[in-house]
Design a protein around this ligand. Structure first.
Ligand code: ATP
Ligand code: MG
Length: 580
């Protein structure tokens, strides 16, 4: 705790020093803090900042998002990015500040499960654009109650961190409301794990309520259609004292309109009631009626410490937006097309008094060809800095062999995709560019437990599947052996060769079917799917499990179908005891 406070004080002092240069100037010198540290990453971050904003705006105004993203390659590594949404539009008078000055936003330090937070994203793209191509960004936006839309071209005056308006005009816009943003930046378009293509695919995966169309610089078009119509509900909560750094606390005190310390504490923060506040003030040796503006630095630190050490209730977890188990399964099925899936949503847990929720989905086989994991923070895919991230830390804690996986390096060789979503009204990131979730012990531990829950379910399936393969091998050998002795058998027994062959085959087949049957009827997922009326999925699941087993050609397509129908009927009639 002491260490933490010391660090906070140092940070606060640093913060005061930096005030002498403008924050835009600071970011101009330190653009890596915003994620713009290489051309390939810059292209991704620029798209991401705009798409995050579009999704946030739609959500806040309860609009089902229709988002269009287009990247065009112009000459000399210059790319034009266009992001269009059907959101509420941006208040016309705020457009310049939003895109032309840092720390201007509507989500700053609000405790709410939005993607954006700091009022940095939009202006960061503007800054990068003017640094690399000298071009302004273009914004066209229309609000519902306005007859016309408005178009702006904007740059940032870095010295003063204020907008430069190069163009401003009214425009016709057919849409009821929405925003189009365009930026020209120097970038590099790549394919693969850290590409914009992948970012868009994963954004669709974690936002199944959004329609997203995307055209990449190669002219390929991707259409992700929404599969659910529920708009995540954002609820706002006042900040919790445990989640606040000293520097920010200091600012809250200086900017508050409250006239007494007692009101400041109870009205600014959640979980601080009248009695608690009085006790905290007593500990800090401060008068509840004192004007917050009159506190000196020493008193501010004392009050901060008293707040941090007080026993406070946590923020209720209803403020956290998650997808839930069913939607994760549905979305994984839609985008990843796996053979088998498992998912889990953990109960809320706390870090520093702030609640967060971990959800995990695992998709196995099917169109997935290798081990991979996808990191999500408040429904935003994270593609960079995996090494720093709490999710990677947790994955490294897993004893994969224990779940029956063959490990190569750190992770299993099996074809599976692990989706981990960490959601909170206040997520700790390792830097301003929000690329990695800080690996706090409490968070890592929760993620680990979530992964283990889902793995347990998956490993049962895999064990059954492996058992089926073993049986397949066993009968393949048996049949091969049978064929070898058919000649001798037919002459010893003096029976026609075809008949002997027929009987050997029949016999082996019967036992094979029995063995398969025993395993299939104990697969819990088959039962679950049938219970939910998803017969088709149950049939597909069984067929997938048998894929390798039936390679031995002992069973015809028809015999296989018959057997599956029989298993399904049995399970449905509930005649069998399903142990798994
Ligand atoms: N497409 C949009 N539609 C409506 N409002 C928008 C849109 N884009 C940005 N805004 C508004 O502009 C504000 C500033 O956006 P910006 O990306 O700079 O910061 P942020 O999203 O609040 O935080 P972060 O820095 O974490 O991205 C947002 O808070 C939002 O109110
Ligand atoms: Mg943003």
């Amino acid at each position: 705790m002491k260490e933490k406070i010391k660090q906070n004080i140092q940070e606060a002092e640093l913060y005061k020093k930096f005030k002498r240069i403008s924050v835009a100037e600071f970011f101009e010198r330190n653009r890596h803090l915003l994620g713009f540290d290489s051309p390939r990453k810059a292209l991704l971050i620029a798209v991401k900042e705009y798409v995050d904003n579009s999704l946030d705006a739609c959500e806040e105004y309860k609009i089902l998002p229709d988002i269009k993203v287009e990247i065009d390659k112009l000459e000399n590594d210059v790319y034009k990015i266009t992001v269009e949404d059907n959101g509420p539009g941006i208040p016309y008078e705020n457009v310049p500040e939003i895109f032309g000055s840092f720390l201007f936003g509507s989500k700053f330090h609000r405790f709410i499960s939005t993607r954006g937070k700091q009022g940095i994203g939009a202006s960061a793209v503007t800054l990068y654009s003017q640094l690399t191509t000298k071009e302004p960004v273009e914004i066209i936006t229309k609000m519902k109650d306005k007859e016309k839309g408005i178009k702006y071209k904007i740059k940032i005056d870095v010295k003063t961190n204020s907008p430069i308006i190069l163009e401003k005009e009214e425009v016709e816009m057919k849409k009821e409301s929405g925003t189009i943003v365009k930026a020209k930046i120097i970038g590099q378009y790549i394919k693969g794990k850290q590409s914009v293509d992948e970012y868009i695919r994963l954004t669709a995966l974690i936002n199944p309520h959004a329609n997203i169309t995307y055209k990449n610089p190669d002219g390929e078009k991707f259409v992700y259609k929404r599969i659910i119509n529920d708009i995540p509900e954002l609820k706002e909560v006042k900040p919790h004292p445990y989640g606040i750094e000293l520097g920010y606390f200091d600012r809250l005190i200086r900017e508050t309109k409250e006239k007494t310390l007692l009101n400041f504490l109870t009205r600014t923060f959640s979980s601080v009631g009248q009695n608690t506040a009085i006790e905290i003030l007593k500990k800090a040796k401060l008068d509840p009626d004192m004007d917050p503006k009159n506190l000196n630095d020493d008193q501010i630190i004392k009050l901060y410490n008293a707040l941090q050490n007080a026993k406070l209730r946590a923020i209720p977890s209803k403020y956290i937006v998650t997808l839930g188990r069913d939607i994760i399964l549905k979305s994984m099925e839609n985008i990843l097309k796996p053979e088998y899936m498992a998912a889990t949503k953990r109960k809320p847990a706390l870090y520093r008094g702030i609640p967060f929720i971990v959800e995990v989905g695992i998709a196995y086989g099917g169109e997935i060809t290798e081990f991979q994991y996808y990191r999500f923070a408040n429904r935003v895919p994270l593609l960079y800095k995996p090494g720093e991230d709490a999710i990677t830390h947790a994955l490294k804690e897993i004893n994969w062999k224990h779940y029956g996986f063959e490990v190569e390096g750190e992770f299993p060789k099996d074809p599976m995709a692990i989706l981990v979503h960490v959601a909170s009204v206040w997520l700790p990131f390792t830097s301003e560019s929000k690329e990695a979730i800080a690996p706090y012990d409490e968070i890592v531990r929760e993620i680990e437990l979530g992964i283990k829950n889902a793995l347990r379910e998956l490993s049962i399936y895999i064990k059954k599947k492996k058992a089926l393969e073993t049986i397949g091998d066993k009968y393949k050998n048996l049949y091969g052996y049978g064929l070898e002795v058919i000649d001798s058998l037919s002459s010893i027994l003096d029976i026609e060769k075809e008949k002997v062959e027929g009987r050997v085959k029949e016999r082996i087949k019967k036992e094979l079917v029995n063995d398969i049957y025993e395993i299939l009827k104990s697969v819990r997922e088959v039962k679950n799917l049938l219970k939910e009326g998803k017969d088709d999925r149950a049939v597909t699941l069984i067929k997938n499990m048998l894929k390798d087993t039936v390679k031995i050609n002992l069973l015809s397509e028809k015999e296989l179908e018959d057997m599956i129908v029989e298993v399904i009927n049995d399970v449905k009639k509930n005649k069998l005891s399903l142990l798994s």
